[in-house]
Write a protein that binds this ligand. Structure first.
Ligand SMILES: [Zn+2]
Length: 474
């Protein structure tokens, strides 16, 4: 008997990730535009994606191509022949009464994804299959109290990929790392925008010490997956601690309360009566697979290895820089002009830190501006402190590097000049200094004014203020 108080339990987590291929122009089986995220409800629909009787689906070739790309990037084996099925169930967001999905003969199987290169254990991918997204239900108010619910079919028929892992993940944290890795790979392939609402939905199953597993359905954020699994892990530990058995069941994650609640037990599992979709033919992918393989871009793991080799940077920096394809491109553009020995930490540590703090992406700062700033550092014209100030200003207000530097008096020469002026003013106006020391705070404004006069307005008043205080309070 394992002592749960002192010994960590064995955790097995598997994920089913539904990712929306949202950078195509059209939906999976019709010509409706897939660029609906900012538009009013039900404005991107047609008889096919509304599921009207007699409307026939036509497969979107580019969606299949994207599916193959993703599966290849996840190390999967692409099936030479693949087939769509009808998954039968009724729900208001699925007016046709069945979802076109895959079952036997999925697009791809047997992949592997490494969380980090130095962790040799890979997460096995069981399968990758294609399906259509249903519509979206919008409840008026909180779901329990909603007087009515509206349905928006803009999302109906969007291409989804379902990525199913083996239960190889060992902690909620690893589950989140895995999702970040998947997102990273999809963004490298340029088929996915992870910031769009509904771009990722996850069903997560978890069991401990080889017991029955529970499945948490429909979690819609990266953080949410980790939170739901943590809650579920502790709940299961408590069940065992009380000497009971974890029941196999499906649970729902209440994101606002951060808890999971029972949805249904095993006996109540649906039978979807899968059968091959008669309106779509078997797809023979054959020679197309090699063609697509050749068109794949450099992926995160390969880019990381190359950065280590080419730029002679640390493992941790290489991991940070390649964790986002846009950041990696940004780094390469800067490193083509500035010694990587200098710019790497400025991008991977300083800039990335400022971006994370603001919750924004690297596209908010122009490469040219950053290179210009790095040049000032290389030429020793600006202090580290000054450079950080410029980065913050660029991110918060935009602007021109030279103008920011001159407006804020950040050039080293100007800083020296301010320091000199401060020292002179303190010597020349001892009465004002004494006034300040004896409690007349307004005397400081007078002294700042004198510094500004001496530097002919070139000093940064805030900087002068700070320096004066430092000297006076010494
Ligand atoms: Zn349509």
């Amino acid at each position: 008997m394992v002592n749960l108080q002192t010994t960590d339990v064995d955790v097995m987590i598997g994920l089913e990730c539904h990712v929306q291929i949202n950078k195509l122009n059209t939906k999976l089986f019709c010509g409706c535009s897939s660029d609906y995220h900012d538009d009013p409800p039900n404005t991107h629909t047609c008889p096919v994606c509304l599921g009207l009787p007699g409307a026939l689906p036509v497969i979107n070739r580019r969606a299949v191509e994207c599916g193959i790309k993703v599966a290849l990037a996840l190390g999967c084996k692409i099936q030479e022949e693949t087939l769509f099925y009808r998954k039968n169930y009724y729900y208001p967001d699925l007016p046709r009464g069945f979802q076109i999905s895959q079952y036997d003969f999925p697009l791809a199987t047997d992949g592997i994804v490494y969380l980090e290169k130095d962790i040799k254990r890979g997460i096995r991918i069981n399968r990758v299959h294609m399906e259509e997204d249903p519509g979206r239900l919008v409840h008026k108010g909180a779901i329990e109290e909603a007087k009515y619910t509206m349905v928006d079919y803009n999302r109906s028929g969007m291409p989804l990929l379902e990525i199913v892992t083996e239960p190889d993940l060992r902690s909620p944290r690893e589950a989140r790392q895995f999702l970040n890795k998947i997102r990273n790979i999809l963004e490298y392939l340029d088929v996915f925008d992870g910031d769009l609402e509904g771009s990722l939905r996850v069903d997560a199953n978890i069991s401990i010490n080889g017991g029955d597993r529970t499945e948490v359905k429909n979690i819609s954020s990266y953080k949410g997956v980790e939170k739901a699994l943590l809650f579920e892990l502790n709940r299961q530990k408590n069940v065992l601690r009380r000497g009971k058995k974890v029941e196999q069941e499906t649970r729902h994650f209440d994101e606002t309360r951060g808890i999971t609640i029972p949805l249904r037990t095993k006996e109540a599992e649906y039978d979807y009566r899968y059968f091959p979709e008669p309106d779509l033919v078997l797809m023979r992918l054959g020679g197309w697979i090699d063609e697509i393989k050749e068109s794949l871009p450099e992926l995160p793991d390969a880019k990381r290895e190359r950065f280590l080799r080419e730029y002679n940077i640390s493992e941790i920096h290489a991991t940070i820089l390649t964790s986002d394809v846009h950041l990696a491109d940004f780094f390469e553009a800067v490193a083509s002009r500035i010694d990587p020995g200098i710019c790497t930490s400025w991008i991977a540590d300083v800039l990335k830190g400022e971006l994370n703090y603001r919750g924004i992406k690297v596209n908010r700062i122009a490469k040219e501006d950053f290179i210009e700033l790095m040049q000032l550092l290389v030429e020793d014209k600006i202090t580290d402190h000054g450079a950080i100030e410029v980065i913050r200003t660029l991110l918060d207000h935009g602007g021109d590097v030279k103008e920011i530097v001159s407006e804020k008096g950040l050039l080293k020469a100007e800083i020296d000049e301010t320091e000199k002026a401060v020292n002179e003013v303190i010597k020349e106006f001892p009465a004002a200094v004494n006034d300040y020391r004896s409690g007349k705070k307004e005397a400081l404004n007078y002294l700042v004014g004198q510094v500004m006069r001496k530097t002919r307005g070139r000093a940064d008043p805030e900087h002068a203020n700070r320096l004066l205080l430092e000297r006076i309070e010494e």
